[in-house]
Design a protein around this ligand. Sequence first.
Ligand code: AMP
Length: 194
Amino acid sequence: MRIIIMGPPGAGKGTQAKHLAQHFGIPAISTGDIFRTNVSLATPLGLDAKRYLDAGEYVPDEITNDMVRDRIGEPDAATGFLLDGYPRTLAQVEELDGMIEPAGHVIDAVISLVVDEDEVVERLLKRARIEGRADDTEDIIRRRQEIYLEQTAPLIDAYSKQGLIVEVDGLGDVDKVTSRILSAYDLSDAEAIC
Ligand code: AMP
């Protein structure tokens, strides 16, 4: 099972990804988390990525694609994975297809969390107070929303054309959103794919 979860920054992708990955027994792969771990360990990848993360800009595709190719090549991702935060550009969509197609794999579904912009900005400001993430200041939050609309929102159209989008209302408490996703996503099909 190979699933993608999408939505604007603050839509709750990370939390839902963890719940769903546990439910399906596949790894949740968050490019944001991998970048942040590398930044905090000051690895060469982290040193390259830091300035983009701090500014709320996307890390260049070549760096991001190589990192994802390595990660999905690990043994725990052999039977499936849930991608959180990737792909984020149309070029990354193509690249991802190229990573999995040689093995005869496809993307099974793209969950799109739909949320109101004011609500997500409020959520991110709250997260900034709790977690103190460097990219959660108000200016950077707004910049990240802008980039999402410019570069990532078009992916929803692209995946809709392939019939892969599962649209889910992302507002409300975490468990409610998880059950909405599980009922929207046809579980009998999903289990058959496993
Ligand atoms: P996230 O935790 O998913 O909100 O990601 C945090 C930051 O990591 C983003 O603002 C980008 O700087 C970087 N990032 C994560 N995923 C990608 C991606 N697919 N392409 C480019 N940059 C990314």
